[in-house]
Ligand binder design. Structure first.
Ligand code: FES
Ligand SMILES: [Fe+2]
Length: 416
């Protein structure tokens, strides 16, 4: 982030603190239909479109560091094996033998010279090519070249491995767009995997994610944990192409000196600039990633559906190399035993809210200007699903126009 961008952000923070209403240009946000959290038809639309067409974080290179290493990845509901090939490529395939569909790996991770199906022994290399079958003389016209493991798009951003089920999807770099440039200072190409855990939640996955997509709740839910270190009235929300969003909120005035003190025991990405060091800078990457980024950790939270009213929260911590035997975990205590206090607070009402949205008494969700990133997420989801594919009572009108999407921002008219 250059000096000009930093100066603009600081002015936008003061604008947000001083305004007495939403910006005049900001659209009225219609209520979100409650059925988006309860209707099996919407869950199916998400499955067919969101999870099928988006780039999804699947793994970190530390999980498959050498040729032959593989990891089984099924969070998106598809059986996928991600393999580090002897060619150096990182490949993703359906874990589905091209004979009768048995898995080519059954372990959650490991290292194999070949991927050999245990059912009848068909053998593939790390590029997915079928190398041999048992008793080939018993097949007539078996064309090996047509029986490779079915591949899935797989691209890397730094050390992170993303998967996309859509063969025609834009590249991962295009998907991230201007965020890829903003993230250079966080050195995703140097980050190590420090922690990864999964927790079950009793609510729709979007209810869980939305608790991490606004700061409106901070004073109520986090009075002693987050509120003292985040000035919610100076928060600046931004919308990015493809449904992504960003929030940047400074420390409260009285905390500034304290928070800028450096801990010499903690490794940092030296390249992180002033905003990353003095503010909470958090990104929502469509559809399911929320991550505050800092000099000492890049810790995405990923939210996955597990049916209409259950979800999984996957907590990751990427970090600079802290040295032998020292791995930070930003989200859990005792190596995944329980969520940290802040996340316990964020997830506290999930099951209650799920009961409410399923009740006869729930009609819809009115969102404030502060919560507009949630609305932008929903209208972006509908764009990907295709409005005509969505039952009318579940649709969200696209009222946030491109004039609000980065680099456009009508609030710039209010600062000088
Ligand atoms: S199902 Fe894999 S070899 Fe038969
Ligand atoms: Fe929170």
């Amino acid at each position: 982030m250059d000096d000009q961008e930093i100066a603009t952000l600081r002015k936008l923070m003061e604008y947000e603190a001083s305004r007495t209403s939403p910006p005049a240009e900001f659209p009225q946000l219609p209520d979100l239909p409650g059925g988006r959290y309860t209707d099996e038809r919407f869950l199916e639309l998400e499955k067919q479109h969101l999870w099928r067409k988006s780039w999804l974080l699947a793994a970190h290179i530390d999980e498959i560091p050498e040729p032959g290493c593989f990891i089984l990845w099924e969070q998106a509901g598809q059986p996928i094996v991600v393999v580090h090939s002897e060619t150096g490529n990182i490949n993703a395939f359906y874990n589905t033998c091209r004979h009768r569909g048995a898995p080519v790996v059954t372990e959650s991770s490991g290292k194999k010279i070949r991927l050999t199906c245990k059912y009848h022994g068909w053998t593939y290399n790390h590029e997915g090519e079928l190398l041999s079958v048992r008793d080939p003389e018993d097949f007539s016209d078996l064309d090996f070249s047509c029986r490779s493991l079915k591949s899935v798009r797989c691209e890397m951003f730094g050390n992170l491995i993303f998967v996309n089920f859509d063969e025609n999807a834009m590249s991962l770099m295009d998907w991230l767009g201007p965020i890829a440039t903003e993230w250079k200072e966080f050195q995703f190409d140097k980050c190590r995997l420090a922690a990864r855990h999964v927790f079950d939640l009793d609510c729709n996955w979007k209810i869980a994610m939305e608790a991490n997509t606004e700061v409106y709740h901070v004073k109520n839910i986090h009075p002693t944990t987050v509120a003292p270190i985040l000035d919610d009235r100076r928060n600046v929300n931004s919308f990015y192409p493809n449904g992504h969003g960003r929030m940047i909120a400074p420390r409260p005035e009285k905390m500034k000196g304290i928070m800028q003190q450096r801990n010499p025991d903690v490794a940092e990405f030296e390249t992180v600039g002033e905003i990353g060091r003095t503010c909470t800078q958090s990104y929502g990457i469509f559809p399911n990633w929320v991550s505050p980024l800092s000099p000492y950790a890049l810790p995405p939270l990923l939210f996955w559906p597990n049916g209409i009213n259950k979800s999984r929260l996957e907590t990751w911590t990427f970090a600079p190399d802290w040295g032998e035997g020292r791995k930070p975990d930003m989200w859990t205590e005792n190596d995944g035993e329980k969520l940290i206090q802040v996340l316990l607070e964020d997830t506290e009402f999930g099951a209650w809210i799920q009961k409410s949205v399923e009740s006869y008494g729930f009609s819809g969700v009115p969102l404030s200007y502060q919560e507009a990133r949630i609305y932008y997420w929903h209208q972006s989801a509908d764009k990907m699903i295709g409005t005509d594919n969505i039952p009318p009572e579940l649709r969200v009108p696209a009222v946030i126009g491109d004039d609000w999407v980065f680099p456009n921002d009508p609030r710039l008219n209010y600062i000088c």
